[in-house]
Design a protein around this ligand. Structure first.
Ligand code: ATP
Length: 563
């Protein structure tokens, strides 16, 4: 990163809309970012994008990028994407240099992943923005550092799971981020992980999009160098998958790039040699096996072979690995992050299938074993985004929702007599099995469906853009979609797809709330989160008033189904 030509030095106290600037946080290639506070003293960050200070030759394309950045920043809505609160155009007769500057007001992070890596290790990040830019400082690549050298960044698994979930959201919306690198991953004070910087984000037109040939040389895939049309780069979602592989390697090794070389250009050449079959992929030998497999899948040499791994599956696998110690030598695992519940159970007792470990505990053991087996193989139609998720490859007997290793009824299994349509029961059971957390039960899903649509597969509420049995908003569904009936497509009007997707989404909500210490009244929180968003529930510290009557209905039905 450099400090970019257009510098805007604004004093502390300067007002941008309702926000007061409070010192500069940093500058990227074409943006300057300031700390800011809103009228109530809330933290914010303001990014100024001063295209008009650029020479006329660059201005037009930069203006296009700024328009893109504004659009995608405002449209993205996911807990792992930085929230953009406003986009303003500045005008100040006393400061002509600000005329027409775009200001993006965002939630403020503590620092970027790049800064975290740089604190603990000599690290490679973006190497300039233009094709042909020189290298930035960086590591020499894999395996050649001190074996006791820099460890994984604190919370490596959590950070990577967050990045992958953000990416799954972006791809689910039909976009490519286009500039995934540690400098564009923000870490917030409460441990949140946010993807940021949509300057190179593009909407896919079919399978690909075109962007100016800009980006981090350390994170662009090998085909980036040759895939050009009319001076623009062809980008596909697999470019982000490659970038994730590089970034994951860096995060898990404290900064080592997966390809050898003292400069970004040299590392890029090494990646191209590998892509042409002239060199093997040699990942750092300290990586634990399941992470190594995932990174190797991300770094497959060409777009076509990489395309087997979609971002939703990537997110599911990263989520499953969040608790795997970030180094193979468990004694030294530099694991600063909080392990999730599955993490505690998955304390290593030796590598299992795919290198993952076997936890104690009957119900969870079976489920996590399935998960471990799923790691490293494509999990068609079953891998999902949420925490604690599994590939549901081991189908339970269809009409025996209660079937488990133990006798007796499982908490949350549907009673034999209830108003839940018979045809939905196996679906509900299978959907609940997608989530290994015991809060997510067939009974809870049934109660939510009844409150959402009254079990009506054709339900529609066009005014609020909600459809089908689980009342999905199509664009939101797209970001989470699961092919519940394995028919090759994901359709919010199809009950198996809608219900499986509801389960994975609710599973993820459950995890978000627990991470924030919210454990009381989980069915209420989940029903409210499903109606609004995790962020709304977390910000309001519980069930928002406006969802109370809906939530009470869900709880009433749940009581019927569990009493
Ligand atoms: N929301 C935020 N909260 C805190 N810091 C931020 C935020 N957004 C950006 N920053 C910091 O500001 C600096 C510059 O931001 P950013 O990288 O987005 O600019 P840029 O011009 O798009 O950069 P580049 O194109 O080189 O990636 C970075 O160091 C980043 O850590």
């Amino acid at each position: 990163m450099d400090d970019g030509p257009p510098r805007l030095d604004l004093p502390a106290g300067y007002r941008v809309g309702e926000w007061t600037l409070n010192g500069r946080l940093g500058a990227g290639s074409w943006g300057v970012v300031y700390a800011a506070e809103d009228a109530a003293g809330g933290r914010a960050a303001v990014k100024l994008l001063p295209t008009h200070l650029l020479p006329p030759g660059q201005r037009e394309s930069m203006e296009q990028l700024v328009r893109r950045e504004v659009r995608f920043s405002l449209e993205a809505d996911h807990p792992h994407v930085v929230r953009t609160r406003a986009a303003l155009t500045l005008h100040d007769p006393h400061r002509p240099e600000l005329e027409g500057v775009t200001a993006l007001v965002m939630d403020r992070a503590e620092r970027s992943l790049q800064e975290l890596l740089a604190d603990g290790a000599g690290v490679a990040d973006g190497a300039g923005v233009a094709d042909g830019a020189g290298g930035s400082g960086g590591s020499d690549g894999p395996g050649n550092g001190d074996p006791d050298g820099p460890g994984p960044v604190p919370g490596a698994g959590r950070v990577l799971a967050g990045v992958a979930a953000g990416l799954a959201h972006i791809h689910g919306r039909g976009w490519v981020h286009g500039d995934l690198k540690p400098g564009n991953v923000l870490l917030a004070p409460e441990g949140e992980v946010w993807l940021a910087d949509f300057g190179l984000t593009a909407e896919l037109d079919g399978t690909h999009a075109y962007v100016p040939p800009l980006g981090s040389l350390d994170h662009v895939p090998p085909e980036w160098w040759s895939d050009r049309e009319g001076g623009r780069s062809v980008v596909r979602p697999t470019a982000d998958i490659w970038a994730f592989g590089v970034l994951a390697h860096q995060v898990l090794t404290g900064g080592a790039h997966p390809f050898p070389g003292g400069t970004a250009r040299a590392r890029a050449l090494a990646a191209q040699a590998y892509a042409r079959g002239h060199a093997e992929l040699r990942l750092d030998n300290r990586l634990p096996a399941p992470w190594r497999e995932l990174i190797a899948d991300c770094l497959r040499p060409d777009h076509a072979s990489r395309a087997a791994l979609g971002a939703a599956e990537l997110a599911a696998r990263a989520e499953a690995l969040r608790a795997v110690p970030a180094r193979d030598d468990a004694g030294r695992a530099g694991w600063g992050g909080r392990a999730g519940r599955a993490g505690k159970d998955a304390a290593p007792s030796g590598p299992g299938p795919g290198g993952a470990s076997r936890p104690p505990g009957a119900r969870r053991r079976r489920r996590l074993a399935v998960l471990a087996a799923a790691v490293g193989v494509p999990v068609a139609g079953a891998a999902t985004v949420a925490g604690f998720l599994l590939a549901d490859g081991t189908a339970a007997p269809e009409n025996k929702p209660e079937a488990t290793a133990s006798a007796g009824r499982v908490p949350g299994a549907l009673p034999a007599r209830s108003d839940v349509p018979r045809s939905l029961r196996p679906m509900l059971t299978r959907a609940a099995r997608l989530c290994a957390d015991e809060d997510i039960t067939p009974a809870l899903l049934a109660a939510m469906l009844k409150a959402e649509s009254g079990f009506d597969a054709k339900a529609r509420r066009p005014r609020t853009d909600e459809y089908g049995i689980a009342m999905w908003t199509p664009s939101v569904f797209k970001a989470w979609a699961v092919d519940g009936d394995h028919d090759g497509d994901k359709d919010y009007m199809s009950p198996p797809d809608a219900i499986s997707t509801m389960s994975t989404y609710v599973c993820w909500l459950d995890q978000q709330f627990k991470e924030k210490g919210m454990r009381e009244d989980m069915p209420g929180l989940l029903a409210a989160g499903y109606r609004t968003s995790s962020r709304t529930v977390i910000e309001e510290g519980g069930v928002p008033q406006r969802t109370r009557s809906h939530v009470n209905r869900v709880k009433r039905y749940l009581k019927q189904y569990t009493s």
